[in-house]
Design a protein. Structure first.
Lengths: 218, 265
Protein backbone atom coordinates (compact mmCIF):
# COMPACT_ATOMS: atom_id res chain seq x y z
CA UNK A 1 0.00 0.00 0.00
CA UNK A 2 2.91 2.35 0.73
CA UNK A 3 4.29 1.69 -2.76
CA UNK A 4 0.88 2.43 -4.26
CA UNK A 5 0.52 5.74 -2.40
CA UNK A 6 4.08 6.63 -3.35
CA UNK A 7 3.36 5.97 -7.03
CA UNK A 8 0.09 7.93 -6.99
CA UNK A 9 1.92 10.77 -5.24
CA UNK A 10 4.77 10.76 -7.77
CA UNK A 11 2.27 10.78 -10.64
CA UNK A 12 0.34 13.64 -9.03
CA UNK A 13 3.45 15.71 -8.40
CA UNK A 14 4.77 15.17 -11.94
CA UNK A 15 1.40 16.12 -13.43
CA UNK A 16 1.47 19.48 -11.61
CA UNK A 17 -2.32 19.37 -11.26
CA UNK A 18 -2.00 19.95 -7.52
CA UNK A 19 -0.76 23.46 -8.22
CA UNK A 20 -4.04 25.46 -8.74
CA UNK A 21 -5.77 24.40 -5.48
CA UNK A 22 -2.57 24.94 -3.51
CA UNK A 23 -2.11 28.43 -4.99
CA UNK A 24 -5.68 29.39 -4.12
CA UNK A 25 -5.18 28.06 -0.60
CA UNK A 26 -1.90 29.91 -0.14
CA UNK A 27 -3.29 33.18 -1.55
CA UNK A 28 -6.45 33.28 0.59
CA UNK A 29 -4.62 31.99 3.64
CA UNK A 30 -1.98 34.68 3.19
CA UNK A 31 -4.60 37.42 2.87
CA UNK A 32 -6.36 36.25 6.04
CA UNK A 33 -3.25 36.37 8.17
CA UNK A 34 -1.18 39.12 6.54
CA UNK A 35 -3.04 41.91 8.33
CA UNK A 36 -3.59 40.03 11.57
CA UNK A 37 -6.76 37.97 11.71
CA UNK A 38 -7.95 39.07 15.15
CA UNK A 39 -9.09 36.62 17.83
CA UNK A 40 -7.79 33.08 17.37
CA UNK A 41 -10.99 31.04 17.18
CA UNK A 42 -12.89 33.18 14.63
CA UNK A 43 -9.69 33.23 12.56
CA UNK A 44 -9.60 29.43 12.68
CA UNK A 45 -13.26 29.51 11.65
CA UNK A 46 -12.31 31.47 8.54
CA UNK A 47 -9.60 28.97 7.53
CA UNK A 48 -12.02 26.09 8.18
CA UNK A 49 -14.33 27.73 5.64
CA UNK A 50 -11.39 28.03 3.25
CA UNK A 51 -10.19 24.48 3.83
CA UNK A 52 -13.48 22.78 2.95
CA UNK A 53 -13.59 23.77 -0.76
CA UNK A 54 -9.81 23.60 -1.20
CA UNK A 55 -9.74 20.15 0.34
CA UNK A 56 -12.55 18.98 -1.94
CA UNK A 57 -10.75 20.41 -4.97
CA UNK A 58 -7.37 18.94 -4.04
CA UNK A 59 -8.91 15.52 -3.29
CA UNK A 60 -10.69 15.57 -6.63
CA UNK A 61 -7.36 16.38 -8.30
CA UNK A 62 -5.79 13.40 -6.49
CA UNK A 63 -8.58 11.11 -7.68
CA UNK A 64 -8.65 12.38 -11.29
CA UNK A 65 -4.93 12.79 -11.83
CA UNK A 66 -4.23 9.39 -13.33
CA UNK A 67 -5.62 8.83 -16.82
CA UNK A 68 -8.50 6.25 -16.85
CA UNK A 69 -6.51 3.73 -18.90
CA UNK A 70 -3.37 4.09 -16.79
CA UNK A 71 -5.64 3.66 -13.81
CA UNK A 72 -6.76 0.23 -15.07
CA UNK A 73 -3.11 -0.85 -15.06
CA UNK A 74 -2.65 0.48 -11.52
CA UNK A 75 -5.77 -1.40 -10.41
CA UNK A 76 -4.37 -4.69 -11.69
CA UNK A 77 -1.00 -4.00 -10.08
CA UNK A 78 -2.62 -3.10 -6.75
CA UNK A 79 -4.77 -6.23 -6.82
CA UNK A 80 -8.21 -4.73 -7.46
CA UNK A 81 -10.16 -1.49 -7.38
CA UNK A 82 -10.83 -1.64 -3.64
CA UNK A 83 -7.10 -1.51 -2.90
CA UNK A 84 -6.49 1.14 -5.56
CA UNK A 85 -9.31 3.27 -4.14
CA UNK A 86 -7.80 2.91 -0.67
CA UNK A 87 -4.51 4.21 -2.08
CA UNK A 88 -6.29 7.24 -3.57
CA UNK A 89 -8.00 7.93 -0.22
CA UNK A 90 -4.70 7.67 1.67
CA UNK A 91 -2.97 10.07 -0.71
CA UNK A 92 -5.86 12.54 -0.41
CA UNK A 93 -5.64 12.24 3.38
CA UNK A 94 -1.89 12.79 3.27
CA UNK A 95 -2.22 15.93 1.12
CA UNK A 96 -4.93 17.24 3.43
CA UNK A 97 -2.84 16.54 6.52
CA UNK A 98 -0.41 19.09 5.14
CA UNK A 99 -3.19 21.68 4.70
CA UNK A 100 -4.57 21.04 8.18
CA UNK A 101 -1.10 21.32 9.71
CA UNK A 102 -0.47 24.62 7.93
CA UNK A 103 -3.88 25.98 8.91
CA UNK A 104 -3.44 25.13 12.57
CA UNK A 105 0.27 25.83 13.07
CA UNK A 106 1.02 28.92 10.96
CA UNK A 107 -1.25 31.23 13.06
CA UNK A 108 0.57 30.08 16.21
CA UNK A 109 3.91 30.95 14.66
CA UNK A 110 2.94 34.36 13.28
CA UNK A 111 0.95 35.53 16.29
CA UNK A 112 2.94 37.32 19.00
CA UNK A 113 0.63 36.23 21.82
CA UNK A 114 0.73 32.53 22.78
CA UNK A 115 -2.24 30.26 21.96
CA UNK A 116 -3.81 28.23 24.79
CA UNK A 117 -3.70 24.48 24.15
CA UNK A 118 -7.52 24.34 24.15
CA UNK A 119 -7.64 26.83 21.27
CA UNK A 120 -5.13 24.79 19.26
CA UNK A 121 -7.08 21.57 19.85
CA UNK A 122 -10.35 23.25 18.84
CA UNK A 123 -8.65 24.56 15.71
CA UNK A 124 -7.26 21.12 14.92
CA UNK A 125 -10.61 19.38 15.45
CA UNK A 126 -12.51 21.88 13.31
CA UNK A 127 -9.98 21.62 10.47
CA UNK A 128 -10.11 17.82 10.61
CA UNK A 129 -13.90 18.07 10.22
CA UNK A 130 -13.55 20.35 7.18
CA UNK A 131 -10.82 18.22 5.58
CA UNK A 132 -12.70 14.93 6.10
CA UNK A 133 -15.86 16.36 4.56
CA UNK A 134 -13.80 17.96 1.78
CA UNK A 135 -12.13 14.64 0.92
CA UNK A 136 -15.52 12.91 0.89
CA UNK A 137 -17.00 15.52 -1.46
CA UNK A 138 -13.89 15.64 -3.66
CA UNK A 139 -13.67 11.88 -4.14
CA UNK A 140 -17.43 11.56 -4.73
CA UNK A 141 -17.23 14.21 -7.47
CA UNK A 142 -14.39 12.47 -9.37
CA UNK A 143 -13.79 9.41 -11.51
CA UNK A 144 -15.07 6.74 -11.43
CA UNK A 145 -18.24 8.19 -9.84
CA UNK A 146 -18.41 11.06 -12.33
CA UNK A 147 -17.11 10.84 -15.88
CA UNK A 148 -14.17 13.24 -15.74
CA UNK A 149 -12.64 16.61 -14.78
CA UNK A 150 -15.34 18.70 -16.51
CA UNK A 151 -18.11 17.05 -14.51
CA UNK A 152 -15.98 17.17 -11.38
CA UNK A 153 -15.62 20.96 -11.49
CA UNK A 154 -19.35 21.52 -12.11
CA UNK A 155 -20.29 19.12 -9.33
CA UNK A 156 -17.86 20.71 -6.86
CA UNK A 157 -19.19 24.19 -7.60
CA UNK A 158 -22.76 22.92 -7.19
CA UNK A 159 -21.94 21.30 -3.83
CA UNK A 160 -20.26 24.48 -2.58
CA UNK A 161 -23.22 26.65 -3.64
CA UNK A 162 -25.60 24.26 -1.87
CA UNK A 163 -23.41 24.34 1.24
CA UNK A 164 -23.48 28.16 1.23
CA UNK A 165 -27.25 28.11 0.69
CA UNK A 166 -27.82 25.73 3.58
CA UNK A 167 -25.98 28.05 5.97
CA UNK A 168 -25.46 27.06 9.58
CA UNK A 169 -26.39 23.40 9.46
CA UNK A 170 -24.38 20.30 10.44
CA UNK A 171 -21.96 18.87 9.74
CA UNK A 172 -19.92 22.04 9.03
CA UNK A 173 -22.01 25.23 8.84
CA UNK A 174 -23.17 25.14 12.46
CA UNK A 175 -19.64 24.50 13.69
CA UNK A 176 -18.20 27.46 11.80
CA UNK A 177 -21.10 29.58 13.05
CA UNK A 178 -20.17 28.71 16.63
CA UNK A 179 -16.53 29.58 15.94
CA UNK A 180 -17.41 33.02 14.54
CA UNK A 181 -19.41 34.03 17.65
CA UNK A 182 -17.12 32.61 19.22
CA UNK A 183 -18.77 30.18 21.61
CA UNK A 184 -16.93 29.23 24.80
CA UNK A 185 -14.12 26.65 24.49
CA UNK A 186 -16.17 24.10 26.42
CA UNK A 187 -19.19 24.56 24.13
CA UNK A 188 -16.94 24.18 21.09
CA UNK A 189 -15.29 21.09 22.57
CA UNK A 190 -18.72 19.56 23.17
CA UNK A 191 -19.70 20.40 19.61
CA UNK A 192 -16.50 18.87 18.17
CA UNK A 193 -17.05 15.73 20.23
CA UNK A 194 -19.78 14.76 17.79
CA UNK A 195 -18.72 16.74 14.68
CA UNK A 196 -15.39 14.94 14.31
CA UNK A 197 -16.84 11.40 14.48
CA UNK A 198 -19.71 12.45 12.20
CA UNK A 199 -17.30 13.82 9.58
CA UNK A 200 -15.21 10.63 9.71
CA UNK A 201 -18.35 8.51 9.32
CA UNK A 202 -19.36 10.59 6.27
CA UNK A 203 -15.88 10.03 4.80
CA UNK A 204 -16.05 6.29 5.49
CA UNK A 205 -19.49 6.04 3.90
CA UNK A 206 -18.27 7.97 0.87
CA UNK A 207 -15.35 5.57 0.45
CA UNK A 208 -17.65 2.53 0.65
CA UNK A 209 -19.90 4.09 -2.01
CA UNK A 210 -16.93 4.92 -4.26
CA UNK A 211 -15.57 1.39 -3.96
CA UNK A 212 -18.89 -0.16 -4.92
CA UNK A 213 -19.69 2.27 -7.73
CA UNK A 214 -16.17 1.87 -9.17
CA UNK A 215 -16.35 -1.93 -9.18
CA UNK A 216 -19.50 -1.71 -11.29
CA UNK A 217 -18.44 1.11 -13.58
CA UNK A 218 -14.72 0.86 -14.36
CA UNK B 1 -6.15 -20.63 -13.53
CA UNK B 2 -9.18 -18.42 -13.84
CA UNK B 3 -12.79 -19.42 -14.42
CA UNK B 4 -15.77 -17.30 -15.45
CA UNK B 5 -19.14 -18.90 -14.79
CA UNK B 6 -22.32 -17.52 -16.39
CA UNK B 7 -20.77 -14.05 -16.40
CA UNK B 8 -22.90 -11.15 -17.53
CA UNK B 9 -21.98 -7.47 -17.65
CA UNK B 10 -23.99 -4.35 -18.29
CA UNK B 11 -23.20 -0.76 -17.43
CA UNK B 12 -26.04 0.86 -15.47
CA UNK B 13 -29.28 0.23 -17.32
CA UNK B 14 -27.52 -0.12 -20.66
CA UNK B 15 -27.60 -3.21 -22.87
CA UNK B 16 -25.87 -6.41 -21.82
CA UNK B 17 -22.29 -6.24 -23.10
CA UNK B 18 -21.59 -9.80 -21.97
CA UNK B 19 -24.12 -12.48 -21.28
CA UNK B 20 -23.80 -16.07 -20.06
CA UNK B 21 -20.05 -16.23 -20.59
CA UNK B 22 -18.40 -19.45 -19.45
CA UNK B 23 -14.67 -19.38 -19.94
CA UNK B 24 -11.84 -20.95 -18.03
CA UNK B 25 -8.15 -20.60 -18.66
CA UNK B 26 -5.98 -23.21 -17.00
CA UNK B 27 -2.53 -22.88 -15.60
CA UNK B 28 0.00 -22.77 -18.46
CA UNK B 29 -2.77 -22.29 -21.01
CA UNK B 30 -2.91 -19.64 -23.72
CA UNK B 31 -6.27 -18.49 -25.04
CA UNK B 32 -6.64 -16.17 -28.02
CA UNK B 33 -9.85 -14.14 -28.05
CA UNK B 34 -11.15 -13.13 -31.45
CA UNK B 35 -13.98 -10.72 -31.99
CA UNK B 36 -15.08 -7.77 -34.08
CA UNK B 37 -15.31 -4.26 -32.62
CA UNK B 38 -18.22 -4.02 -30.21
CA UNK B 39 -18.36 -7.76 -29.60
CA UNK B 40 -17.68 -7.32 -25.89
CA UNK B 41 -14.07 -8.43 -26.20
CA UNK B 42 -12.53 -5.50 -24.31
CA UNK B 43 -15.13 -5.71 -21.53
CA UNK B 44 -14.39 -9.42 -21.21
CA UNK B 45 -10.68 -8.58 -20.88
CA UNK B 46 -11.49 -6.09 -18.11
CA UNK B 47 -13.60 -8.62 -16.25
CA UNK B 48 -10.82 -11.21 -16.60
CA UNK B 49 -8.24 -8.76 -15.27
CA UNK B 50 -10.45 -7.90 -12.29
CA UNK B 51 -10.78 -4.23 -13.19
CA UNK B 52 -14.55 -4.32 -13.25
CA UNK B 53 -16.88 -6.68 -11.41
CA UNK B 54 -19.38 -8.70 -13.47
CA UNK B 55 -23.06 -7.79 -13.07
CA UNK B 56 -24.02 -11.47 -13.02
CA UNK B 57 -22.15 -14.72 -12.55
CA UNK B 58 -18.91 -15.50 -10.78
CA UNK B 59 -15.16 -15.22 -11.35
CA UNK B 60 -13.02 -17.69 -9.45
CA UNK B 61 -9.35 -18.52 -9.16
CA UNK B 62 -7.83 -15.18 -10.10
CA UNK B 63 -4.28 -14.71 -8.84
CA UNK B 64 -1.96 -11.80 -9.55
CA UNK B 65 -2.70 -10.09 -12.84
CA UNK B 66 -0.52 -8.53 -15.51
CA UNK B 67 -2.65 -6.35 -17.78
CA UNK B 68 -1.88 -4.51 -21.00
CA UNK B 69 -4.70 -2.18 -22.04
CA UNK B 70 -5.66 -1.85 -25.68
CA UNK B 71 -4.22 1.62 -25.97
CA UNK B 72 -1.76 2.71 -23.32
CA UNK B 73 -2.07 6.49 -22.96
CA UNK B 74 0.75 8.72 -24.09
CA UNK B 75 0.36 11.60 -21.65
CA UNK B 76 2.33 10.48 -18.61
CA UNK B 77 4.84 12.96 -17.21
CA UNK B 78 6.69 10.28 -15.28
CA UNK B 79 9.70 8.75 -17.00
CA UNK B 80 9.57 5.16 -18.20
CA UNK B 81 12.17 4.20 -15.60
CA UNK B 82 10.20 5.76 -12.73
CA UNK B 83 6.88 4.40 -13.95
CA UNK B 84 8.22 0.85 -14.17
CA UNK B 85 10.01 1.13 -10.83
CA UNK B 86 6.78 2.27 -9.14
CA UNK B 87 4.62 -0.38 -10.83
CA UNK B 88 7.09 -3.11 -9.86
CA UNK B 89 7.09 -1.81 -6.27
CA UNK B 90 3.28 -1.86 -6.11
CA UNK B 91 3.46 -5.51 -7.15
CA UNK B 92 6.18 -6.16 -4.59
CA UNK B 93 8.66 -7.21 -7.28
CA UNK B 94 12.38 -6.72 -6.82
CA UNK B 95 12.95 -6.35 -10.59
CA UNK B 96 12.84 -2.87 -12.10
CA UNK B 97 11.56 -3.94 -15.49
CA UNK B 98 14.42 -2.26 -17.38
CA UNK B 99 15.76 -5.57 -18.72
CA UNK B 100 12.34 -6.44 -20.14
CA UNK B 101 12.19 -3.02 -21.72
CA UNK B 102 15.53 -3.50 -23.42
CA UNK B 103 14.62 -6.98 -24.51
CA UNK B 104 11.53 -5.56 -26.24
CA UNK B 105 13.74 -3.17 -28.19
CA UNK B 106 12.95 0.04 -26.31
CA UNK B 107 14.68 2.85 -28.18
CA UNK B 108 13.60 6.01 -26.37
CA UNK B 109 15.12 7.87 -23.45
CA UNK B 110 13.97 6.07 -20.27
CA UNK B 111 14.63 9.16 -18.18
CA UNK B 112 12.49 11.64 -20.13
CA UNK B 113 8.72 11.98 -19.58
CA UNK B 114 6.77 9.12 -21.17
CA UNK B 115 4.71 11.71 -23.05
CA UNK B 116 7.72 12.16 -25.35
CA UNK B 117 7.91 8.48 -26.30
CA UNK B 118 6.73 7.06 -29.61
CA UNK B 119 3.68 4.80 -29.71
CA UNK B 120 5.85 1.70 -30.00
CA UNK B 121 8.05 2.63 -27.07
CA UNK B 122 5.00 3.46 -24.92
CA UNK B 123 3.65 0.02 -25.78
CA UNK B 124 6.94 -1.55 -24.68
CA UNK B 125 6.59 0.16 -21.27
CA UNK B 126 3.02 -1.16 -21.00
CA UNK B 127 4.27 -4.66 -21.77
CA UNK B 128 7.20 -4.48 -19.36
CA UNK B 129 4.96 -3.52 -16.41
CA UNK B 130 2.66 -6.47 -17.15
CA UNK B 131 5.46 -9.04 -17.18
CA UNK B 132 7.64 -7.57 -14.44
CA UNK B 133 6.32 -9.57 -11.49
CA UNK B 134 5.70 -12.85 -13.39
CA UNK B 135 1.93 -12.73 -12.64
CA UNK B 136 -0.24 -15.86 -12.57
CA UNK B 137 -2.66 -14.36 -15.09
CA UNK B 138 -1.66 -12.31 -18.14
CA UNK B 139 -4.40 -10.33 -19.87
CA UNK B 140 -2.93 -8.76 -23.00
CA UNK B 141 -5.23 -6.61 -25.15
CA UNK B 142 -3.59 -6.14 -28.56
CA UNK B 143 -0.04 -6.50 -27.17
CA UNK B 144 1.56 -6.57 -30.64
CA UNK B 145 0.09 -3.26 -31.79
CA UNK B 146 2.68 -0.62 -32.61
CA UNK B 147 5.65 -3.01 -32.41
CA UNK B 148 8.15 -3.80 -35.17
CA UNK B 149 8.89 -7.32 -36.37
CA UNK B 150 11.84 -7.87 -34.06
CA UNK B 151 9.90 -6.78 -30.96
CA UNK B 152 6.91 -8.88 -31.95
CA UNK B 153 9.09 -11.97 -32.16
CA UNK B 154 10.63 -11.13 -28.79
CA UNK B 155 7.19 -10.61 -27.26
CA UNK B 156 6.04 -13.97 -28.64
CA UNK B 157 9.02 -15.57 -26.93
CA UNK B 158 8.20 -13.77 -23.67
CA UNK B 159 4.55 -14.89 -23.80
CA UNK B 160 5.56 -18.45 -24.65
CA UNK B 161 7.97 -18.70 -21.76
CA UNK B 162 5.48 -17.11 -19.32
CA UNK B 163 2.92 -19.72 -20.39
CA UNK B 164 5.50 -22.50 -20.08
CA UNK B 165 6.18 -21.31 -16.54
CA UNK B 166 2.51 -21.65 -15.68
CA UNK B 167 0.83 -18.33 -16.41
CA UNK B 168 -2.77 -18.41 -17.57
CA UNK B 169 -2.74 -16.10 -20.56
CA UNK B 170 -5.43 -14.38 -22.61
CA UNK B 171 -4.46 -12.46 -25.75
CA UNK B 172 -6.29 -10.49 -28.39
CA UNK B 173 -4.54 -9.74 -31.64
CA UNK B 174 -5.33 -7.97 -34.91
CA UNK B 175 -1.82 -8.18 -36.31
CA UNK B 176 -1.54 -11.89 -37.04
CA UNK B 177 1.47 -12.27 -34.75
CA UNK B 178 -0.41 -14.81 -32.68
CA UNK B 179 0.43 -17.49 -35.27
CA UNK B 180 3.89 -17.58 -33.68
CA UNK B 181 2.58 -18.26 -30.20
CA UNK B 182 2.80 -21.71 -28.67
CA UNK B 183 -0.21 -23.99 -28.86
CA UNK B 184 -3.31 -21.92 -28.29
CA UNK B 185 -7.00 -22.33 -27.82
CA UNK B 186 -9.03 -19.91 -29.89
CA UNK B 187 -12.28 -18.48 -28.58
CA UNK B 188 -14.57 -16.19 -30.54
CA UNK B 189 -16.47 -13.40 -28.82
CA UNK B 190 -19.63 -12.34 -30.63
CA UNK B 191 -22.66 -10.42 -29.35
CA UNK B 192 -21.43 -10.70 -25.78
CA UNK B 193 -21.01 -14.44 -25.62
CA UNK B 194 -18.12 -16.79 -26.32
CA UNK B 195 -17.73 -19.98 -28.29
CA UNK B 196 -14.68 -22.05 -29.18
CA UNK B 197 -13.61 -21.85 -32.82
CA UNK B 198 -11.54 -24.30 -34.76
CA UNK B 199 -8.97 -22.32 -36.71
CA UNK B 200 -6.69 -25.34 -36.90
CA UNK B 201 -8.49 -27.56 -39.40
CA UNK B 202 -9.44 -25.05 -42.09
CA UNK B 203 -7.15 -22.13 -41.29
CA UNK B 204 -8.28 -18.55 -41.63
CA UNK B 205 -8.62 -16.14 -44.49
CA UNK B 206 -8.02 -12.42 -44.78
CA UNK B 207 -10.47 -10.39 -46.83
CA UNK B 208 -10.00 -6.74 -47.68
CA UNK B 209 -13.09 -4.99 -49.01
CA UNK B 210 -14.06 -1.59 -50.32
CA UNK B 211 -17.37 -0.97 -48.72
CA UNK B 212 -19.85 1.91 -48.25
CA UNK B 213 -19.62 2.86 -44.57
CA UNK B 214 -23.29 2.18 -43.89
CA UNK B 215 -22.63 -1.49 -44.72
CA UNK B 216 -19.75 -1.94 -42.26
CA UNK B 217 -21.91 -3.14 -39.37
CA UNK B 218 -23.67 -5.66 -41.60
CA UNK B 219 -20.44 -7.01 -43.09
CA UNK B 220 -18.67 -7.56 -39.79
CA UNK B 221 -21.68 -9.42 -38.39
CA UNK B 222 -21.64 -12.03 -41.19
CA UNK B 223 -21.25 -15.57 -39.83
CA UNK B 224 -17.63 -16.67 -39.98
CA UNK B 225 -16.13 -13.21 -39.48
CA UNK B 226 -13.69 -13.47 -36.58
CA UNK B 227 -12.21 -10.00 -36.45
CA UNK B 228 -12.35 -6.74 -38.34
CA UNK B 229 -10.68 -3.42 -38.56
CA UNK B 230 -12.19 -0.51 -40.42
CA UNK B 231 -10.32 2.27 -42.11
CA UNK B 232 -10.84 3.40 -45.68
CA UNK B 233 -10.83 -0.36 -46.36
CA UNK B 234 -12.57 -3.02 -44.31
CA UNK B 235 -10.20 -5.79 -43.27
CA UNK B 236 -11.82 -9.00 -42.14
CA UNK B 237 -10.37 -12.12 -40.68
CA UNK B 238 -12.58 -15.03 -41.60
CA UNK B 239 -12.80 -18.67 -40.59
CA UNK B 240 -11.35 -20.72 -43.48
CA UNK B 241 -14.45 -22.81 -43.96
CA UNK B 242 -16.62 -19.70 -44.23
CA UNK B 243 -14.40 -17.72 -46.56
CA UNK B 244 -16.47 -18.38 -49.69
CA UNK B 245 -19.79 -17.66 -48.03
CA UNK B 246 -18.51 -14.43 -46.47
CA UNK B 247 -17.20 -13.27 -49.85
CA UNK B 248 -20.47 -14.13 -51.57
CA UNK B 249 -22.52 -12.32 -48.95
CA UNK B 250 -20.24 -9.26 -48.98
CA UNK B 251 -20.45 -8.98 -52.76
CA UNK B 252 -24.22 -9.38 -52.63
CA UNK B 253 -24.40 -6.53 -50.11
CA UNK B 254 -22.59 -4.27 -52.56
CA UNK B 255 -19.00 -4.40 -51.36
CA UNK B 256 -16.09 -4.78 -53.72
CA UNK B 257 -13.18 -7.17 -53.16
CA UNK B 258 -9.80 -5.54 -52.77
CA UNK B 259 -7.74 -8.49 -51.66
CA UNK B 260 -8.21 -12.09 -50.48
CA UNK B 261 -5.71 -14.45 -48.99
CA UNK B 262 -5.83 -17.68 -47.11
CA UNK B 263 -3.46 -18.73 -44.36
CA UNK B 264 -2.43 -22.36 -44.17
CA UNK B 265 -4.38 -24.57 -41.85
Amino acid sequence: MIALVRYLGAELISSQRWFPPMVVFAAVFGMLYSTGAGPAIPAYGATVLLLFPVSAWLSAVVANSEDPTTRTVTITAAGGWRRAATGVLLLAALANTLLVALSVLVPILVNPSPYPVSTVLIGLGAHVVAASLGIAVGLLCSRPVLAGPGWTMSALIAVMLIAVGLGRVPPLGDLVGQMFVPASPSALAASLAWHVPLALVVLGAAQVAITQIGARRL
Amino acid sequence: MIALTEVGKRYGRGPWVLRGVDLSVDRAELVVLLGVNGSGKSTLMRVLAGIVAPTAGAVTGRSTVGFVPERFPAGLKLSARDYLRHQAAIRGAADTGMELLERLGFAGNPDRPMAELSKGNTQRVALAQAFVAAPGLLVLDEPFAGLDEHSRAELCAMINSAVAEGASTVVTDHTGSRSRLASTRTVAVADGSVRPVDTESTGTGAVVLTCPSDLHAEVISLPGVLQSSQGPLVRLEVLGAELDSVLTAALALGCSVHEVSRSAA
